[in-house]
Design a binder for this molecule. Structure first.
Ligand SMILES: [Cu+2]
Length: 197
């Protein structure tokens, strides 16, 4: 009887420890979300992300869909077709989107075509941006030969915007069969408005 009890408490402790480490990991990488702005067409290996610039007042409006500072990470299987449906409803502030390599150290202040890391993965003249505009940015998710990790950023190239946090994570991964988005709340300031889910 005593042995049974001992075994049981050992088992409970192990389980507790395991659950704790799972939740710690969960907290670190964020929560998997399936928002309205991601549409997956598995049979055609196509994923569409609609990214609306300055969606709300979060981060002084330097955001896409209310996300900024990489608080949303778009994760796409290697070889899939991607359509970043870029929308800027604003008539006063220019915006753009460019997929650039994730940086070490300081965030770039701007991004022109020379920083684009995946072929065709940018809106027209990303360092200039555009007003009241939309563009379908279509490309194939691909890791570069010189850069196998596949960690990129969907970045507003207009000077000061991406540098102020107007960027999302963008990752290309082998060995997954569907795209997903990770939402990392801890990258956002306290009291942020609800992003588009
Ligand atoms: Cu911008």
């Amino acid at each position: 009887m005593f042995l049974k009890k001992l075994l049981f408490s050992f088992f409970s402790l192990t389980l507790l420890f395991f659950l704790n480490s799972v939740s710690a990991k969960h907290h670190e990488s964020g929560e998997k979300i399936n928002p309205s702005w991601m549409v997956v067409d598995s049979s055609n290996k196509l994923v569409t992300f609609t990214l609306t610039s300055a969606y709300n007042g979060n981060n002084g409006s330097w955001n896409y869909n209310g996300f900024y500072n990489g608080s949303a990470n778009l994760v796409v299987p290697q070889g899939w077709n991607v359509n970043l449906k870029f929308v800027n409803p604003d008539g006063n502030y220019r915006h753009s989107v460019a997929v650039i390599k994730m940086w070490d150290g300081d965030v770039p202040q701007e991004a022109d075509e020379s920083l684009v890391a995946i072929a065709r993965a940018y809106s027209l003249s990303p360092a200039q941006g555009c007003l009241s505009c939309k563009e379908d940015v279509k490309f194939k998710a691909k890791n570069r030969d010189d850069y196998t990790i596949g960690k990129y950023s969907a970045f507003c190239g207009v000077p000061g915007h991406g540098g102020s946090g107007m960027w999302l994570g963008f990752s290309v991964i082998d060995g997954i069969d569907a795209p997903f988005i990770m939402f990392n709340k801890s990258a956002m300031d306290e009291g942020y408005a609800k992003p588009l889910l």
